[in-house]
Design a protein around this ligand. Structure first.
Ligand SMILES: Nc1nc(=O)c2c([nH]1)NC[C@@H]1CN(c3ccc(C(=O)N[C@@H](CCC(=O)O)C(=O)O)cc3)CN21
Ligand SMILES: CC(C)C(=O)C(=O)O
Ligand SMILES: [Mg+2]
Length: 283
């Protein structure tokens, strides 16, 4: 049975935690599906962890659509949410609807996720919801516009940003988002609004909420370098990758690989014909 917005709402009502993880290609989506997560997010964090860009703002529409379509092929039952890339919804409500429609038609998305909760962003949420596409809102730290927030910094630690966070939480719900992701906000500030939310709140660096999301490559230990303090790693795949490739390199260099079982066998007449050809050409 596929996960639906109704199922997610009923999980919230029943107090069951909603589990979300990112995926960016076929194998990472398959892994998420096999693990039985409820929601898969094709995050624009793929810009960083898969494509190697410095910021999420750099990823293109085509790159996001390619990652999203691959993730869809890898997950049939989880609810698939796609981040819309920076620049693809900023111009107008019409542009935002066109972008959301492309994720549904070309990638098979179940919903799109939009960063921000200022009045202009609320208009975009309303327009997409009016077009019949479910929207996940994203408030708190919004990496696409982190420059305007003063960098990759937690939000809601000052009176001004805490008030803005609360206003935006109520506003995105009112605008029609069926779910909201909260990133990098102090847990006690999040707790204050949690009981007033009719829609599921998914946290990342936001303490306990109705569910959690993490970047798959962070939790599996694939991401290199410093990570946000809210990340917990459950595996060290980076080491496993390097060990596996290192063992292969050692065996190639020592002649252990390829062994007999990795080689094709010829028929006697094929070997004979090849030998005759070699004799003729080398004489
Ligand atoms: N791999 C990956 N995982 C993520 O979770 C992630 C990305 N990429 N890319 C986009 C954003 C960036 N993320 C971040 C980064 C830093 C903080 C953070 O806690 N910053 C410090 C300040 C650090 C500074 O000033 O340099 C803070 O205390 O606010 C939070 C979220 C989360 N997102
Ligand atoms: C961290 C989550 C919420 C996200 O937006 C992403 O992975 O791009
Ligand atoms: Mg994102």
């Amino acid at each position: 049975m596929s996960v639906t917005t109704a199922k997610l709402a009923s999980m919230k009502a029943a107090g069951e935690q909603i589990v979300m993880v990112t995926a960016y290609d076929f194998p990472s989506a398959r892994a998420a599906e096999k693990a039985g997560v409820d929601m898969v997010l094709v995050g624009d964090s793929g810009a960083n962890v898969v494509l190697g860009y410095d910021t999420t703002a750099e990823v293109s529409m085509d790159e996001m659509l390619t990652m999203a379509a691959a993730a869809r092929r890898g997950t049939k039952t989880a609810f698939l949410v796609c981040d819309v890339p920076f620049g693809s919804t900023e111009v107008s409500d019409e542009q935002a609807v066109e972008t959301a429609v492309r994720f549904v038609k070309e990638a098979g998305a179940d919903a799109v996720k939009l960063e921000g909760g200022n009045p202009r962003r609320l208009s975009r949420i309303r327009a997409i919801v009016d077009a019949g596409i479910p929207v996940v809102a994203h408030v708190g730290l919004t990496p696409q516009t982190a420059v305007a927030l003063g960098g990759m910094r937690a939000q809601g630690r000052t009176a001004e940003t805490a008030s803005r966070f609360v206003r935006e939480m109520f506003a995105v719900q009112e605008a029609g988002a069926f779910c909201v992701v909260v990133e990098a906000v102090p847990a006690d500030v999040v707790q204050l609004v949690l009981e007033h939310m009719q829609i599921p709140v998914i946290g990342i660096g936001a303490g306990a909420a109705h569910g959690q999301v993490l970047v798959q490559h962070d939790l599996l230990g694939i991401t290199e370098g410093p990570m946000a303090s809210f990340v917990k790693s459950y595996a060290r795949l980076n080491e496993a990758f390097a060990e596996g490739i290192g063992a292969y390199a050692d065996e190639v260099r020592s002649g252990v690989f390829p062994a007999g079982e990795h080689c094709y066998k010829s028929k006697p007449e094929a070997l004979e014909a090849a030998r005759a050809e070699v004799n003729q050409l080398s004489s």
